[in-house]
Design a binder for this molecule. Structure first.
Ligand SMILES: Cc1cc2nc3c(=O)[nH]c(=O)nc-3n(C[C@H](O)[C@H](O)[C@H](O)COP(=O)(O)OP(=O)(O)OC[C@H]3O[C@@H](n4cnc5c(N)ncnc54)[C@H](O)[C@@H]3O)c2cc1C
Length: 405
């Protein structure tokens, strides 16, 4: 059986590994547009910060692929897919046929339309090549602006600060991490970040990147000017769907997949940031890995594995702060019970969201020991209503509510 995988990111590599484990006789080919072996994107921050070398970001040496009989082709883009003929055309002009195909094409940064984004010094961060370019540019300047105070934006800002730059984060929403944190928690986080030397502007709408050929500052719509010769847009991603769309597959925000990770085309599956499952593109690593494993199982033995979704959980580590947001952490006050505990001096924040007596979401700032039990409470759907008055207490043992497994 010949399996072709488009994309050498975490979804593509995980799927390849799962396929050869399940069927050592399988022929597996990966085509990846980037001219690099698989590397871990989260390590790009440490690379930019100067804490590790380029060699340290790679996770799988060339031997790893070869030893498993996985044929890796780097620097090759898949340009045309013809599902009816089970055929793929590649950027070097060759074609390849497949029995089963996995689209693991990931995502690319989204940059909102605004004047000046084409100037020198304006970047996005997705790939190792982006990180190399940012790092080289950062050595020539002293101030940076990161547009976007989400998870990726804050980590990028911290990396640049560690590299010695003055860094301002500009967030459009009224508070940081609008997708993971509520206003109260964001206030605690912001004060921690400011203490680490980051400057933070919330409610800031960018009007233009200013400068001649090179960026030198940012103009905001309220006429504030933010200095920064290095400007990084961290304003979300879009699934990379071009290949699928041109091939006539069903595409919405991502390539639409069912519970088997099967797309609308026979023998074509999708996983990771490229895939949309039940209306959702996750955009983070744990679902990409889970989806890749299920897709691989179904490539080897169709119908053998089912994907039911991943509890969205993100953990952010910024300058000593550990933030985890789980499930439905941001909800309307009227439709769920929200329990909060704020400890400003200690930099702690704890919030649980309850619906019909069950925990459906949580935010934990600097409260690591509760992450695992609260995740399990959400997954098990335990009715906690009898204990809701004490759930936030420092000495309440959440584990005591878990069902034995
Ligand atoms: C700097 C950074 C840090 C991050 N940190 C975290 C983190 O700490 N935790 C977390 O959960 N998530 C993190 N993420 C998000 C995470 O990296 C993604 O969710 C994950 O990489 C998705 O994996 P993927 O395999 O679907 O896509 P990708 O990793 O994007 O891989 C897709 C690959 O496919 C290639 N490709 C696309 N089209 C084609 C084509 N037509 N032909 C051939 N190749 C193609 C692309 O070049 C790319 O190499 C981070 C992202 C970035 C940018």
């Amino acid at each position: 059986m010949k399996h072709v995988i488009v994309g050498n990111g975490v979804a593509g590599v995980t799927a390849a590994q799962s396929i050869v484990r399940a069927d050592p006789t399988a022929k597996v080919y990966i085509f990846g547009e980037e001219p690099h072996l698989y590397y871990r994107r989260p390590l790009l921050w440490e690379f930019i910060a100067g804490q590790i070398e380029q060699d340290d970001v790679y996770f799988r040496p060339a031997d790893w692929y070869a030893e498993r009989g996985i044929h890796l082709h780097m620097g090759i883009r898949a340009t045309v897919l013809v599902p009816l003929e089970h055929r793929l055309t590649l950027s070097d002009g060759t074609t390849v046929t497949y029995d089963r195909l996995l689209l693991a094409t990931g995502g690319r940064p989204f940059v909102p339309s605004c004047q000046g984004t084409g100037k020198q010094g304006v970047f996005t961060l997705r790939t190792l090549d982006d990180a190399l370019a940012i790092k080289a540019y950062a050595q020539r300047v002293s101030a940076a602006v990161v547009i976007g105070g989400g998870l990726l934006g804050l980590e990028t800002a911290r990396a640049l600060r560690t590299a010695g730059l003055d860094v301002t984060v500009v967030e459009f929403a009224p508070h940081l991490l609008p997708r993971q944190l509520d206003a109260e928690g964001a206030e605690v986080l912001q004060s921690l970040l400011e203490a680490q030397g980051l400057q933070i502007i919330t409610g800031g709408a960018i009007q233009a990147v200013h400068g001649d050929e090179r960026a030198d500052c940012i103009w905001l719509q309220d006429e504030r000017v933010v200095p920064g010769e290095l400007v990084i847009f961290s304003t979300g991603i879009r699934s990379e769907v071009a290949l699928a769309q041109a091939a006539g597959l069903e595409v919405k925000r991502g390539v639409v997949v069912d519970k088997q990770l099967q797309t609308s085309a026979e023998d074509v599956l999708a996983a990771g940031d490229a895939a949309e499952f039940e209306g959702r593109v996750y955009g983070i690593i744990p679902p990409a890995i889970e989806q890749a494993r299920v897709a691989a199982a179904n490539m080897v033995a169709p119908g053998s594995a089912t994907y039911t979704g991943t509890l969205p959980a993100t953990t952010l580590k910024v300058a000593g702060a550990e933030l985890t947001s789980l499930g439905e952490s941001i909800v309307d006050t009227n439709e769920a019970v929200q329990l909060r505990h704020t400890d400003f001096p200690g930099g702690h924040y704890r919030k649980f969201v309850l619906r019909e007596g069950r925990v459906v979401g949580a935010i934990l700032l600097n409260d690591n020991e509760r992450v695992r039990p609260i995740t399990q409470l959400i997954e098990q759907g335990v009715d906690v209503s009898a204990n809701s008055d004490h759930l936030l207490d420092d000495d309440f043992d959440l584990k005591s509510l878990l069902q034995a497994s």
